[in-house]
Design a protein around this ligand. Structure first.
Ligand code: AMP
Length: 394
């Protein structure tokens, strides 16, 4: 297979690879997990046998093994024509996807203090792939870039100016590839162009964020300096009172422990005491488990509250869009959220909602709704593949 585009997404202890053909059809994907652990493992989707990895493989070793396995399986008998790399934080430096050079690498390193858990592993993946494929274009695609159109009133925190000027403390926003895909897809379905489309896009997965998009541009978003702010998430708290840190410190909980609590022990998991998984929570709630019902209530109410807040950035709303594992699959979450939006005139057709919009080109609103409501499956890998193709040949 020639003229393929490879997409690399390195997380803290895992990585994903996706291979696209020239029509941007996904032809193969692979996953490696528990990297840097004795039980690290990897496999290609659809193949039963795991891909052999060195014991305790790191990101570089896993990438080398998976590339070899793609090669041996006949998916990538020749080098891809471009490789797209997901990078979480591009700070204020990267307004768009960029061809990788040594200077680009240095600039991404400089953003690492803003995303210490993510940028270093993203860089590790790029270095490893540049060694394996030194002669083909590598392109970096940033989660933050789409949100660099936020106006100062949305990105500045009400903190002393030095926080911004000396320490770059501002709202950056994340899930940019997903939100930008939503406005393109929504425009398609509404027979509009993205540049004249205004939506509220709710990406609800393990991480959750919501973005107001006016005429194709991000103008407000719920995640902030870090991906902790905003909506309730799987294990992340979203918004809390900043006074909480002092309050916890007085009870012997250090800043590091509080950080861990807010990132890993909170959200749906913290509220329910059971799980961060929305599907399981819905089952538990149906069986009368009160803390799970409460977790869903808090999740939906916070989301509805943010939808209301996002309208302050728009003068027209072409659609409210749901995406991500929860947004695409939970009729209950969409329905419960809409029930808080009566004043805005958001009304769902429960039959269409029950089918997740699959029988109605994504539309789930009822005829009396003031606004269209869409369910659109996200595809961040496709966005990265398209960007890699575009930048590699410009
Ligand atoms: P993501 O991070 O986008 O893969 O989304 C993961 C979240 O989607 C988890 O909370 C899953 O429980 C949730 N999810 C996936 N399928 C369903 C479903 N059918 N109903 C409710 N939640 C779902």
């Amino acid at each position: 297979m020639t003229d393929t585009i490879l997409v690399v997404n390195c997380g803290s202890s895992s990585l994903k690879l996706a291979l696209f053909d020239q029509q941007f059809k996904k032809i193969a994907s692979a996953l490696a997990e528990r990297l840097n652990n004795p039980d690290a493992f990897a496999h290609i989707a659809g193949q039963e046998a795991p891909v052999p990895l060195p014991t305790g493989a790191d990101h570089g070793q896993a990438l080398a093994s998976l590339v070899k396995a793609f090669n041996e399986s006949g998916y990538m008998s020749q080098p891809p024509k471009a490789i797209g790399h997901r990078v979480v934080h591009g700070g204020e430096t990267f307004r768009e996807s960029t061809l990788v050079s040594d200077d680009t690498m240095t600039a991404i390193e400089a953003c690492a203090e803003l995303a210490p858990l993510h940028n270093p592993v993203n860089l590790e993946g790029i270095r490893a792939m540049r060694e394996l494929f030194p002669d083909i274009p590598h392109v970096v695609v940033f989660d933050t870039a789409f949100h660099l159109t936020l106006p100062p009133r949305a990105y500045r925190y009400a903190l002393p100016e030095q926080c911004y000027t000396d320490w770059s403390i501002r709202r950056y926003g994340f899930h940019g590839t997903s939100h930008s895909f939503m406005v393109q897809e929504a425009a398609n379905r509404l027979n509009q162009t993205p540049a004249t489309t205004s939506i509220i896009s709710a990406h609800l997965g393990n991480g959750c964020s919501i973005t107001a998009i006016r005429d194709g541009l991000s103008v407000d978003t719920s995640m902030g300096l870090t991906p902790l702010e905003g909506l309730v998430m799987g294990t992340r708290s979203g918004d809390v009172d900043p006074g909480l840190f002092d309050f916890l410190a007085a009870r012997g909980i250090s800043a590091a422990d509080a950080h861990h609590m807010l990132n890993y022990d909170s959200g749906l998991l913290g509220l329910s005491g059971q799980t961060n998984d929305m599907r399981t929570l819905c089952e538990l709630a149906d069986h009368g488990h009160e803390p799970s019902r409460l977790a869903i209530d808090v999740f939906c109410f916070r989301l509805a509250r943010y939808i209301g807040a996002m309208t302050s950035s728009l003068d027209r709303l072409d659609a409210l869009v749901f995406t991500g594992g929860i947004g695409e699959n939970s009729a209950r979450v969409r329905s419960q959220t809409a029930s808080h939006l009566k004043l805005l005139g958001v009304r769902l057709d429960e039959e269409l909602n029950h089918h997740h919009g699959r029988i109605s080109d994504g539309r789930i609103e009822s005829p009396e709704s003031n606004y269209p409501v869409l369910v659109i499956p996200t595809n961040e890998e496709l966005v990265i593949a398209r960007e890699a193709n575009l930048r590699a040949h410009n």
